[in-house]
Design a binder for this molecule. Structure first.
Ligand code: GTP
Length: 237
C-alpha cells in the first residue's frame, strides 16, 4: 500500500479557493470537496495544520482608499470566518479540529499557543490557524511559512485555484509554461508571485519546501502527500 511521504504538513488554502466559480464568499460544494480531501489524508495519519486566507471575503490590499493596517485587520477577521467554515465541514466528517486565532477572541476559538498546537497535532486533531500572524503588513502566506517553521512541518502545500507556478499568468496567456520545480531564489529574483517575498524568504531560511498545486481537482492533496509530481515544487539549490 502507498504510504504518505510527509508526517506533518501545513496546508495553506487561499480564500479564493473556497469561493468556487462565483469568486466571492464560501461555496458549500467547494468547501465540502476540500474537506473530503483533507479527511482523506487525515485518515492516512498525516498531521495537518491549516492556514486559511481571506481573499474570498475581503481583499484589503486592493483598496487604496483605506489605511493599510485597518484593511489588513479586516482581512484577518475574514480568515476567521473561513476557519470556522472549514472547522464545521471537517467536524461534519468526524475529523476533530481546533481553531487557534492569532488575535484573541476566546469566545470563538483558542488563542494561538505553539506548544498546544503541536499537542493537538500529536493527538490527531487538525489545527486551523486563523487571523494570520495577528499583525498587519504580513500575508497569510507568511503566516503559513511562520507556522510551518514553528511547528516543524516538513512541507507547505500551497493549495491554489491554478495548478502550479507559470512563467506568466495562464489565465491571460494560453502559452504560459508551468514550472515543475523552482528554487526559492528564482521565485524571489523573477518575482513569480507564488508567495510574497517575506514568506518565500522565511521558507528559504528555514529550508521548508513549498508545493504549489491546484485544489479544485479532487484527490490532488492525496497525490501530493504520496509524492506524485503535480504542481510546482519550490526548494533550495
Ligand atoms: P487536551 O488538553 O489535549 O485534551 O486538548 P483539548 O483541546 O481537548 O482541551 P481543552 O479542555 O483545553 O479544550 C476543550 C475544548 O474547548 C476544545 O474544543 C477547545 O478547542 C475548546 N477551547 C479550549 N480553550 C478555548 C478558548 O480559549 N476559547 C474557546 N472558544 N474554546 C476553547
Amino acid at each position: 500500500m502507498q504510504k504518505p511521504i510527509y508526517r506533518r504538513i501545513v496546508l495553506k488554502i487561499s480564500g479564493e479557493a473556497l469561493a468556487g466559480e462565483r469568486g466571492f464568499g464560501i461555496n458549500q460544494d467547494t468547501l465540502n470537496s476540500i474537506a473530503d480531501q483533507i479527511k482523506e489524508i487525515h485518515d492516512l495519519g498525516v498531521e495537518i495544520a491549516i492556514v486559511v486566507g481571506g481573499g474570498n471575503i475581503w481583499r484589503g490590499r486592493n483598496s487604496d482608499q483605506m489605511d493599510r493596517a485597518t484593511a489588513d485587520y479586516m482581512g484577518m477577521l475574514a480568515t476567521v470566518i473561513n476557519a470556522l467554515a472549514l472547522q464545521d465541514a471537517l467536524e461534519n466528517r468526524d475529523v476533530q479540529t481546533r481553531v487557534q486565532t492569532a488575535i484573541e477572541m476566546k469566545e470563538i476559538a483558542e488563542p494561538y499557543i505553539r506548544r498546544r498546537a503541536i499537542r493537538h497535532l500529536e493527538k490527531g486533531r487538525v489545527v486551523i490557524f486563523a487571523a494570520g500572524t495577528g499583525n498587519p503588513f504580513f500575508s497569510t502566506d507568511t503566516t503559513a511559512a511562520l507556522r510551518a517553521a514553528e511547528i516543524e512541518a516538513e512541507v507547505i502545500l500551497l493549495a491554489k485555484k491554478v495548478d502550479g507556478v507559470y512563467d506568466s499568468d495562464p489565465v491571460k496567456n494560453p502559452n504560459a509554461q508551468k514550472f515543475e520545480s523552482l528554487e526559492y531564489i528564482d521565485v524571489l529574483n523573477r518575482g513569480l508571485g507564488v508567495m510574497d517575498s517575506t514568506a518565500t524568504s522565511l521558507c528559504m531560511d528555514n529550508k521548508i519546501p513549498i508545493i504549489v498545486f491546484g485544489i479544485n481537482e479532487p484527490g490532488n492533496i492525496k497525490k501530493v502527500i504520496f509524492g506524485e509530481n503535480i504542481g510546482t515544487f519550490v526548494k533550495g539549490g
